[in-house]
Structures are given as C-alpha cells and as structure tokens.
Design a protein around this ligand. Sequence first.
Ligand code: GRF
Length: 196
Amino acid sequence: MKRVAILISGGGSNMVRLVESMTGDHPARAVLVASNDPAAAGLAKARALNVATAAVDHRAFGSDRKAFDAALLQPILAAEPDILCLAGFMRILTPGFVRRFEGRMLNIHPSLLPKYPGLHTHQRALAAGDAEAGCTVHEVTAELDAGPILGQARVAVRPGDTAETLAARVLAMEHRLYPAVLRRFAEGDRTPVLLP
Ligand code: GRF
C-alpha cells in the first residue's frame, strides 16, 4: 500500500478529492495532510476525513526558505510517505527539498503546461484569446511548473468567461484529473491521463 502525503495552502478541494479516491482496491492511502498555513481551511476537512494533519507557518521563517522547508520536512518524514501530492500548495520549495522526493512528487497546475507556468493562469489564457484552457498534473522538479507531464484536462473557453468562471470550470476538471493520475502513478504507470 503506497503512503501519500498531501500539501495544501488553502481550501484543499483537490486534497479532499484525492483522499476520498484512496479507498477500496486503490493501491494508496492518505497518511498526512500538511500546510504552510495553520489556518488553512483544508486542515479541518482533512481531520474530518480522519487524516493526520500538520502545519508549519511559513511566516515564522521570513525569507529563509531553507529553514521553512527543513521544518516542513519533519512531519512529512515522520509520516514516511511514498508519494507527495502538492494540491493548491502555494510555496515554491527549495531544490534541496525537491531532490528528496524527485520522481515521487506531483503537482497540479491550473493551465495547459507548458503554457502559463506561474500565477494568474486564467487571466493570461483569456488575455491571449485562447479557445481552450485546462489543468496539468506533473512531476515536480527544481524548475517551477516544468516537470514531466502525467495528465492534462482541457475545457473550452466560453464567450463572456471571466477568470472566475474559467477557474471554476477548470477546478471541476482538476477534481477529476488529479485522482485519476494519482491512481495510475501509484500503480507504477506514468502513461499520461488525458481528459476528456
Ligand atoms: C486552485 O486555484 C487550483 O486551480 C489550484 O490551487 C487552487 C486551490 O485549490 N490547484 P484547492 O481548492 O486548495 O485544492
């Protein structure tokens, strides 16, 4: 049984779908939900799902990213995860942290990578007049939003879309894509999941 730790920063809607997907004959189970924000609403949702939680407030470390990562690493190592899933995790991890989990750390990003790495992805897709948008699950490497792609889901951009309406449509696809990718990844299969 693969042990999965999930990192969040906010509401954790992707985390909830991942935890709920790991049941029955699924080869993985959630063993920890950790956040850089002790007030993250997702932590209460994780507790309600009977998953252990941890929080390390990144603000206590100022600009010392290495010290924050070292502190966050403690509860994660204690949970002995096989796989790390970043899900709405809004901190950039140091190369040292990434190296410890390279090849077994996933992230979901709300764009069709390699388009629009970084922030404000929906605004950028709308500004570019794209006909399609979507989300990508990729392996995390030291370069931001650039690792091998494990899955993508596409949505049509509709006339009158705002960043909010597009974000909501993409988020619904994230909730389908991430669990599908995690299951395949936990089974040792890196064939990309492409939706629809
Ligand atoms: C959402 O914008 C999603 O696109 C991205 O992280 C944000 C929060 O997601 N992956 P969640 O509800 O905390 O999973």
